[in-house]
Design a protein around this ligand. Structure first.
Ligand SMILES: Cc1cc2nc3c(=O)[nH]c(=O)nc-3n(C[C@H](O)[C@H](O)[C@H](O)COP(=O)(O)O)c2cc1C
Length: 360
């Protein structure tokens, strides 16, 4: 199968499922409980309609954007996703190389299977770092300082994961990290040493035993903002009041997200609460969104409703499994092409033209 046969981001999943073990596919694909939120992320985008403007001279289009004071090539990023070497031996390096070649930010997970320094060695890669907080604050401070020293441009604190959501595929498959793959940012802690209990997943135990997420409070946000020069974003905000608190506690951005439907099932689709968040922060922090973004039209809908950028999750893992760096490159090119095409079809020459009235 050649990459040309993949025409949209959805095309990558079925072939990836063939390649991956049931356990890894289940970990990547699943949502929490009944997967209602996972489904809703796509359904909510599908319910929205775009109202195009015509005769606006769209022979050339420009999708560059400015985020937290920096210019980026496109309003799209790669969402932080753990353990990418389970998809392909080149893992995070392949994803970062494909993104960097297109000027796209890769948000590296704390749980990456390649160290943050090795990822930062990819030339000209715009990188952000996603943080989970360990019980030991010294470990956290060290990780933040390492990310800053390695040139990461922003710090993304994930706030929707006090405990891991109930992902039933992982329980049924007794998910454990395959031999030879580790959480590479931690010097001594090998995920693979945590054996799955019969009725549990190894990752769910890791959360309870090693991370401090359940104990995180707004004071930790104050503390994090105080120990880094990187702009801080909170990922996993679904309410306007929490977004306003994020601003009050020193965050410069929020990512409206339900963690791809993997945490609280029946929480709303990110796109359905985006406007509430945008209105609550009133331009004081930048608002991004993830969850179910698969099409150029999804990107335009999110931008019209006030997001500065969107993040794409699972399709990147499927493309990685199918074709390594070339697979991810192809997936990104498909999405960039769709954004460009749909800008033209909506009568937009630049992202400044993507205004609220496009969504009706
Ligand atoms: C396999 C997998 C691993 C993930 N790992 C992380 C992570 O380490 N940190 C984090 O903040 N979010 C993590 N997420 C959530 C994503 O960053 C993102 O919110 C979500 O996948 C977006 O939805 P989408 O997959 O529908 O695009 C993960 C998601 C998946 C599918």
């Amino acid at each position: 199968m050649t990459l040309e046969t993949f025409v949209n981001l959805l095309d990558f999943e079925a072939p990836a499922q063939e390649i991956l073990t049931q356990m890894v596919y289940g970990y990547y694909a699943s949502g929490a409980d009944d997967e209602i939120t996972l489904y809703e992320n796509r359904a909510a985008f599908a319910r929205l309609r775009l109202r195009p403007r015509v005769l606006r001279g769209v022979a050339t289009r420009d999708m560059r954007t400015t985020l937290l004071g920096r210019e980026y090539a496109a309003p799209v990023m790669i969402a932080p996703m753990a353990l990418q070497r389970m998809a392909h031996p080149d893992g995070e390096l392949a994803v970062t190389r494909a993104a960097a070649a297109r000027g796209i930010v890769n948000v590296l997970s704390t749980m990456s299977s390649t160290s943050l320094e090795d990822v930062a060695a990819v030339p000209n890669a715009p990188l952000w770092f996603q943080l989970y907080v360990y019980k030991d604050r010294a470990v956290v401070r060290d990780m933040v300082q390492r990310a800053e020293a390695a040139g990461y441009q922003a710090l993304v604190l994930t706030v929707d994961t006090p405990l891991l959501g109930k992902r039933e595929a992982d329980i049924r498959n007794a998910f454990s990290v395959p031999a030879g793959i580790k959480a590479a940012n931690l010097k001594d802690t090998y995920l693979s040493q945590i054996d799955a209990a019969q009725d549990d997943s190894a990752l769910a135990r890791y959360w309870r035993e090693i991370l401090r997420e359940g104990g995180l409070t707004w004071e930790d946000v104050d503390w994090l903002a105080s120990i880094t020069k990187m702009p801080l974003l909170l990922k996993g905000i679904l309410r306007g009041d929490d977004a306003a608190l994020a601003h009050a506690h020193g965050a410069q951005g929020v990512i409206v997200s339900n963690h791809g439907g993997r945490q609280l099932d029946t929480s709303p689709a990110a796109i359905d609460v985006l406007e509430e968040v945008v209105q609550a922060v009133d331009g004081k922090v930048e608002v991004l969104l993830d969850g179910g973004v698969r099409r150029g039209t999804d990107v335009l809908k999110a931008l019209a409703l006030g997001a500065k950028a969107v993040l794409v999750g699972r399709p990147i893992l499927w493309a990685l499994a199918v074709g390594g760096e070339a697979g991810v490159a192809h997936a990104l090119d498909i999405l960039l092409h769709e954004i460009d095409l749909n800008m033209a079809l909506c009568g937009c020459r630049s992202l400044a033209d993507v205004t609220r009235d496009l969504v009706g």
